[in-house]
Design a protein around this ligand. Structure first.
Ligand SMILES: C[S@@+](CC[C@H](N)C(=O)[O-])C[C@H]1O[C@@H](n2cnc3c(N)ncnc32)[C@H](O)[C@@H]1O
Length: 769
């Protein structure tokens, strides 16, 4: 049986237990917060109490059914038709249990909200069962726990599979995952598309890029690259130009691109997400520490970084492209003020009216007037920057002034259509607070308009045209087209994490610089320690043997496979990227773009064992996590046919002997050679079990047995979904342990069954997790 190299766990245990993690009581007050936002009139006076009341309520848990549409529908049906009726029949302390409700604005009702106090969770068997389902499906990437409002930006981004997209501040990756889903929206469980687009998920915090990699590994894609750079100076990336005769949308899968060696293009993006670091006061309902720390200078301090990130986004956008800017802050200085300053800096851009999108989402238009606080004690007495500057009579006060003109509304504020921005408040639909703005490049005839100064120090009030002002320091930082920027280490504003370390959520950062604005950028990672990305020869013997064994189609892009070790070293795992990602990786040194990860791991090296005997055709196996990426190249006629009965045996036993299967699978497998195979489990009904769609899964044929090469948690999730119980060996073990613990008996040593082959059991333990 194959042994694959043992991997470290990718975390996630602690998260499981906190799935439905509602805090039941909150102590919440901050006089500055109330004074600031009441003065700003962000909500009408008569609604103020509702607003404050809802901020003090625990935030309901929300989740989204992820993955491709077909599976999403199956899981959504399970929530609606299996779990909700069970919950409806349960009670807690004599009261009916609250049941999950769909978020009315989320497309196809695929997102849900649960409002359950912890104690009912712990004590309700119905909720325990539902919780188990959520945990398993989350672990295998089919459900994503995500704050409701954080699901919004990708919905307004409208990503299509051929788009080139950059998520500039992406970690921990909830929105990146949604974008990946958009790339694969049309995949099904038995067929997949090879998207021709590109997704760069970037974050300046190296540790958080690894959270992002973990999160996105649940939905692996050959379009994905993860970089670790300061988004405000994201470097220009050049790749060869594609021949004009090539369809850039790559409608035909596997069609090779003809890259021209003589001509380069700078990558510009169709879609850009700027989900920038922010003070995060929209997350007060779940990040209670903000109540103690909040003060208005946090937002003032983040404004210039937010603006620089958005303006770098402007520079990198294609002509007909779209940018979504979002924060989980309520502060206009981090929201409308950033948008206003960016629009005045580059008048080629405009806000998009998206009022007809997601009609059930309750929101209000962006503010068109506001006044920043100039100190921690919420002094809001200056309605213009000029008046504020006049008030600074001594030279020291003037030179240490941290306020920028762009903190105030510009004179042309009414021309900017800021009402097209969206504000979402907690009392609207029992959510967190959020801000979203959708921007695009105007379609203009003639010459591009020159950017104007943005930080207000030299900018004349009432910018109406494109004068060519002297550049300010902030301008210089922004207008560097970063063509040759070499970020030897990513830099970031010293923002602290709003959320608990390591927890996956869409929440934004909190600036804990406590009013220190525009701090010098700090090095995050020092040296960049990542293994190189080495493309391998498509003629490599073990690879060719594996392709032949799996009957992959001739258009399988074997030349797009790389390993994460220096050239010449033996292959361990092979990763697949699409043509655009490969072109970037070959045109740009990976240390320049601080590339942390790319593509999908599709093949694993089988460690030498009695099965492989050093034979090349037995040395590489297809990994379950890579199946979706391999599917477009699978020849469906040559897949090994199997049914629900076979699946039951494979799930219920680690390595069943070939002879333990019914015909015709028994003879088929007996006649197969040792190595990696792919099987198609046909949709159908057998007894009480219905498989609603075909499943395509990897198998390993050893000397006498067959194994389903799917990691344990995914096996349990599949078993729960199909049979309503966890029939896997691990699942049965867990049940026996629970019974023993409850009865005070000893732990069981082994589970009886057909698991006599020690080596096989090891192999299963070593599955990539
Ligand atoms: C609001 S969080 C992003 C949340 C993420 N979009 C999600 O949905 O999971 C902001 C992120 O910006 C990152 N960040 C802070 N400064 C940055 C910079 N200069 N460039 C790139 N990322 C930055 C932080 O590390 C943080 O992960």
């Amino acid at each position: 049986m194959p042994r694959t190299k043992k991997k470290g766990r990718r975390g996630g245990k602690a998260r499981d237990n906190a799935w439905i993690d509602r805090k039941d009581t909150l102590e919440t007050t901050n006089e500055r917060f109330e004074r600031y936002y009441k003065n700003l009139k962000i909500v009408p006076d008569e609604k103020w109490d509702d607003f404050m009341h809802s901020l003090r309520q625990p935030l309901p848990s929300t989740f989204r059914i992820a993955g491709n549409r077909q599976l999403a529908q199956v899981l959504n049906d399970a929530v609606k038709n299996t779990y909700i009726p069970q919950l409806q029949s349960g009670t807690f302390e004599g009261e009916p249990l609250p049941v999950p409700t769909p978020l009315p604005w989320y497309p196809d009702s695929l997102a849900w909200q649960i409002n359950v106090p912890r104690k009912s969770l712990r004590k309700s068997p119905e909720y325990k069962k539902f919780h188990n389902f959520l945990v398993f499906e989350t672990e295998v990437g089919n459900i994503s726990r995500q704050e409701a409002v954080s699901m919004l930006p990708p919905l307004f981004l409208d990503v299509e599979p051929h788009h080139w997209v950059i998520d500039m501040c992406a970690a921990p990756g909830s929105k990146t995952t949604q974008i990946i889903e958009a790339f694969h929206a049309n995949d099904s469980l038995s067929t997949a598309m090879a998207p021709t687009g590109l997704l760069i998920a970037n974050d300046s915090d190296n540790r958080r890029t690894h959270l992002l990699i973990h999160q996105s590994a649940r939905l692996p894609s050959p379009v994905l690259m993860v970089t670790n750079l300061d988004a405000s100076s994201f470097p220009a990336i050049k790749i060869p130009v594609v021949d004009a005769s090539d369809d850039i949308k790559g409608g035909e899968h596997g069609k090779k691109r003809n890259w021209r060696k003589d001509k380069e293009q700078q990558i510009r993006f169709d879609r850009i997400l700027c989900d920038v670091p922010c003070s995060g006061d929209g997350t007060l309902r779940k990040n209670l520490e903000i109540w103690k720390k909040w003060q208005p200078l946090d937002g003032n301090g983040l404004h210039s970084l937010q603006l620089r990130i958005l303006l770098r986004g402007f520079q990198m956008l294609k002509n007909d492209g779209r940018i979504v800017y979002s924060t989980c802050s309520l502060n206009p200085v981090e929201n409308e003020a950033v948008i206003a300053a960016a629009l005045n800096h580059n008048q080629e851009f405009e806000l998009v009216d998206v009022s007809d999108r997601l009609p059930s989402l309750i929101r209000i238009p962006g503010l068109t007037s506001w006044c920043p606080a100039v100190d921690r004690d919420v002094d809001m007495s200056f309605d213009t920057y000029a008046k504020y500057m006049e008030s600074l009579t001594d030279e020291r006060a003037r030179s240490s002034n941290k306020m920028l003109e762009s903190h105030w509304p510009p004179a042309n504020v009414n021309d900017l259509k800021l009402e097209r921005c969206m504000r979402i408040y907690p009392h609207f639909q029992d959510s967190g607070g959020f801000f979203v703005a959708v921007l695009r490049k105007k379609v203009t005839a003639g010459e591009p308009i020159e950017p104007v100064a943005i930080d207000g120090k030299r900018q004349a009030e009432g910018v109406s045209g494109p004068p060519a002002p002297k550049k300010t320091k902030l301008d210089e930082e922004i207008s560097t087209d970063s063509m040759n920027v070499d970020q030897s280490a990513a830099k970031s504003e010293p923002v602290a994490m709003a959320e608990e370390q390591g927890k996956i959520s869409g929440s934004h950062e909190h600036n804990q610089t406590q009013g220190k604005q525009k701090q010098p950028l700090t090095e995050t990672g020092g040296t960049f320690k990542e293994n190189p990305f080495t493309f391998i020869s498509r003629h490599e013997a073990s690879l060719q043997a594996c392709i032949k064994r799996l009957n992959l189609k001739p258009n399988f892009p074997a030349e797009n496979l790389f390993m994460r070790s220096p050239e010449g070293e033996p292959i361990r795992s092979l990763y697949l990227v699409n043509d655009v990602v490969k072109a970037i990786m070959q045109s740009t040194d990976y240390t320049r773009i601080r590339l942390v990860s790319a593509g999908v791991k599709i093949f694993g090296k089988v460690e030498n064992s009695k099965d492989t005997r050093n034979l090349p055709e037995r040395q590489i196996r297809v990994l379950s996590e890579g199946m979706a990426a391999v599917l477009p190249y699978v020849n469906h006629d040559t897949l090994i046919a199997a049914d629900i009965g076979v699946l039951r045996t494979l799930l219920g036993t680690y390595h069943p002997l070939c002879t333990s299967f019914e015909e015709p699978f028994r003879t088929t497998m007996t006649n197969k050679s040792i190595g990696s195979h792919i099987s198609r489990f046909k949709a159908g009904t057998q007894g009480p079990t219905t498989l609603t769609h075909d499943l395509i899964l990897p198998l390993w044929r050893s000397e006498n047995a067959v194994s389903l090469m799917v990691e344990k948690k995914a096996k349990s999730a599949l078993s729960l979904r199909l049979f309503g119980e966890d029939i896997t060996v691990a699942g049965r073990n867990k049940q026996i342990e629970t019974v023993k613990v409850v009865n005070g008996d000893e732990e069981p040593s082994t589970i009886p069954g057909n698991d006599s082959d020690e080596e096989d059991v090891d192999a299963d333990k070593n599955m990539d997790e």
